[in-house]
Design a protein around this ligand. Structure first.
Ligand code: ADE
Length: 231
């Protein structure tokens, strides 16, 4: 997969991609990442990328010319790909959305700042608009990093153990097809601070272990995330 990220703060993101799973995916040549500074496309002599909103109100708006030109130039560098703008007003990101995006061969992620984008940018470019949750960040950079991480770990051969993504929270489902949170995990020692790891996990009966884990996942989901269940 190729991921292009358009931002006015490329330095903010480099570190995220230089470690751990995102680094490993690039080392294995499963992922290629390119950063593009939107400011470099501004035709303004001060490299301005924002302006005050028509109609007044607080904050600044990212203007059409630098964003549209940057996106079009980056799009032209390779196959079209999926164009995604990171905005708090977008469609909510989820594990299902991550799995669906993991099937694409190219993602172009555009990060906003200030109060948002001039609406004509969306009209012209017809992007997908994605929010990572119902809260407002100072810009789309952290949201793009979240999306890229969630998608990358689903790409084939990125994770060492092929099964580890399939057992994560939200990937597990109950018999009604509802997503479940992950079950609790324990590792040695068997006793720590007077707390024992459950006997059943140390007994080696895999059918019983699987049943216990399913029950725990159901119970945990019911307690913490009843909204994930239809009834
Ligand atoms: N930019 C600012 N807040 C955001 C959010 N919640 N999701 C995506 N992009 C954003």
């Amino acid at each position: 997969m190729r991921i292009d990220i358009l931002t006015i703060f490329p330095e903010m993101l480099r570190g995220v991609f230089a470690d751990s799973i995102l680094k490993r995916a690039q080392d294995k040549e499963i992922l290629r990442v390119y950063f593009h500074d939107i400011r470099a496309y501004s035709q303004n002599k001060h490299r301005k990328v924002d302006d005050r909103p028509f109609g007044g109100g607080p904050g600044m708006v990212m203007t059409c010319q630098p964003v549209v030109d940057a996106v079009r130039a980056v799009q032209a560098q390779a196959e079209a790909g999926r164009l995604i703008f990171m905005c708090p007003g977008g469609k909510k990101f989820s594990q299902t959305a991550a799995a669906e995006l993991a099937r694409a061969s190219r993602l172009i992620l555009v990060c906003g700042r200030y109060e948002g984008f001039d609406e004509r940018i969306f009209t012209l470019l017809q992007p997908e608009i994605i929010s990572i949750g119902d809260y407002v960040l100072s810009g789309g950079e952290l949201a793009a990093a979240v999306l890229a991480d969630a998608v990358t770990r689903l790409l084939p051969k990125v994770l060492g153990d092929e099964h580890s993504a399939a057992e994560d929270s939200f990937s597990l489902r109950n018999e009604r097809g509802e997503p479940l949170l992950d079950y609790p995990h324990y590792a040695p020692p068997a006793l720590y601070a007077g707390l024992a790891a459950p006997e059943i996990l140390r007994g080696g009966n895999h059918a019983e272990i699987n049943r216990w884990r399913r029950e725990q996942a159901e119970q945990r989901t019911r307690e913490r995330r009843p909204d994930l269940f239809r009834v």
